[in-house]
Design a protein around this ligand. Structure first.
Ligand SMILES: [Zn+2]
Length: 496
């Protein structure tokens, strides 16, 4: 009786009290979110604007990236988010170090003048002045190498074979530029010239343009130090027959490197939390605003618009900001658009090391990377399985948000350490994960238009992007309102 009575009394008494308490200090639950503020039409409008030719592909370390960043800051201001960059602005500036061959560099093999970045590429910028005879070693097998003395010679070698260790074919080909070339230079070669075979020609067609840009890093990193090492070149399959015949003729190279700094920028905004204590902690929504700029035309189009990569993430974060403006959470929400991601995760490397809020106050990083392509009902959450899992607590929240919201079928293959693409290592959550901060990446994965001028706004599935955005928001909303921050996985260690 006592129990029954007190239960009834408690119910009756608590009703008006609960009503008052809710007015005074709302403790939002999953049901009280502002998901309805996230609108497909807004996402579509913002994405079309940002992926327009007007921004010329937003290449990191160019005026185009800065132009897009200023446009984004204007949109962010309009959502009502507060600036959280340096000195009360939406911007956190940093310097890129860029090291590349000068346009004055020249290469000749026998009678063939090679126009660099047009007829062939030098795969790493290096100072070199070479006048040496060329030897041709076929695929460079031990038997073929035993027949020739390569000391002091330029060595031409045919790309061949296929990966046996589970990596992608592209990584296999790129791996030769350090691996096989390194062995040849160790044996005395003064230059190494790779010639594509039929399979590697496809990689050449898609990827050789990346070498024209040179190398990028934050200032002081080893990867942009000016080198004087034997150069490594890469020629298309069309050069195969004449290169073989040029054996015995001279390779003459005059390669000069320049290294300089240029500004890039992170865009940072926040919505302060409602809880006096928890507002000092941040749920970080992450994306990148840059893409690949203007490059050699493919089918007449030279602008790499990066609609999926990563205007989808940019538009998604703007939509999430509108929801947080309508209904702030207990913790603060921090929004970081990282610059120069495509140049090597440079903005996120900088921000994670120099955050504009205390590093220890970042309780989770939810990273948006390419969210608008492939099957409408499937997606992936990177960082959700070992060895990439650094917070099963955060992942549990994200999986629950998927069930409560879009119910994507989740692909787990791409999160595996054995996946040939190594996708986990290729976006902005990575530098945060390396610091032990719970971090996950929302993505709809690769597609045929990845890093081509065909990655355009008209090819995005906007309804899917809406659902991806809702999923991120619902996760972030739950993390921002719970009392304890997501627990970290003890002993987290990445495979590389
Ligand atoms: Zn990207």
């Amino acid at each position: 009786m006592k129990h029954k009575f007190s239960l009834l009394a408690a119910l009756v008494l608590s009703l008006p009290l609960a009503g008052q308490a809710q007015k005074k200090a709302p403790t939002p639950s999953a049901g009280a979110n502002a998901e309805s503020a996230i609108k497909e039409a807004d996402i579509k409008r913002d994405l079309f604007a940002l992926a327009d030719d007007h921004f010329r592909g937003r290449e990191g370390g160019t005026l185009d990236e800065l132009k897009a960043s200023v446009w984004l800051a204007d949109q962010i201001r309009a959502t009502g988010m507060l600036p959280a960059g340096d000195d009360g602005t939406y911007f956190q500036w940093f310097h890129l170090q860029r090291t590349r061959l000068t346009k004055a560099s020249t290469l000749r093999i026998g009678t063939h003048e090679i126009k660099l970045d047009q007829d062939g590429s030098v795969v790493a910028p290096t100072n070199a002045s070479i006048n040496a005879p060329l030897v041709y070693v076929g695929t460079g097998s031990p038997a073929e190498l035993a027949k020739v003395d390569i000391k002091g010679k330029a060595v031409a070698v045919q790309i061949s074979g296929a990966p046996t260790d589970g990596i992608s074919y592209r990584r296999y080909v790129f791996g030769k530029f350090a691996g096989q070339a390194g062995e040849l230079t160790k044996a005395g070669a003064v230059a190494v010239v790779f010639v594509s075979d039929a399979p590697s020609q496809a990689v050449y067609d898609h990827w050789s343009h990346v070498f024209e840009r040179g190398r990028y890093s934050l200032p002081g990193a080893a990867s942009t130090k000016v080198m004087n090492t034997p150069p490594v070149m890469w020629l298309p399959m069309s050069a195969a027959s004449w290169v073989q015949q040029a054996a015995g003729q001279q390779l003459v190279a005059d390669l000069k490197v320049e290294s300089f700094q240029y500004p890039s920028v992170n865009i940072v905004a926040k919505m302060p939390g409602t809880d006096a204590q928890l507002k000092k902690e941040y749920v970080l929504f992450s994306t990148h605003q840059d893409h690949d700029g203007v490059r050699a035309p493919i089918a007449g189009d030279s602008i790499y618009n990066g609609a999926d990569d990563n205007a989808t993430g940019c538009a998604a974060l703007l939509a999430i900001m509108r929801a947080f403006k309508q209904k702030p959470a207990r913790r603060s929400a921090l929004f970081v658009y990282q610059g120069s991601e495509e140049r090597g995760l440079i903005g996120s490397t900088y921000f994670s090391a120099h955050p504009t809020v205390p590093q220890s106050s970042i309780v989770a990083v939810l990273n948006a990377e390419m969210m608008g392509r492939n099957a409408p009902d499937s997606a992936a959450l990177l960082g959700s399985t070992p060895p990439h899992l650094n917070s099963s607590d955060l992942v549990k929240t994200a999986l629950a948000a998927n069930q409560a919201g879009p119910k994507f079928k989740l692909d787990t293959e791409w999160d595996k350490a054995t996946h040939p693409e190594g996708w986990y290592f290729r976006s902005d959550h990575l530098p945060y994960a390396r610091l032990g901060i719970p971090a996950i990446m929302y993505t709809s994965l690769l597609h045929v238009d990845y890093h081509t001028p065909r990655d355009e706004a008209k090819r995005i599935d906007y309804n899917k992007l809406l659902h991806m955005t809702q999923w991120m928001y619902l996760t972030g909303w739950a993390v921002a309102n719970r009392t304890a921050p997501p627990a970290r996985e003890p002993g987290f260690k990445l495979e590389r």
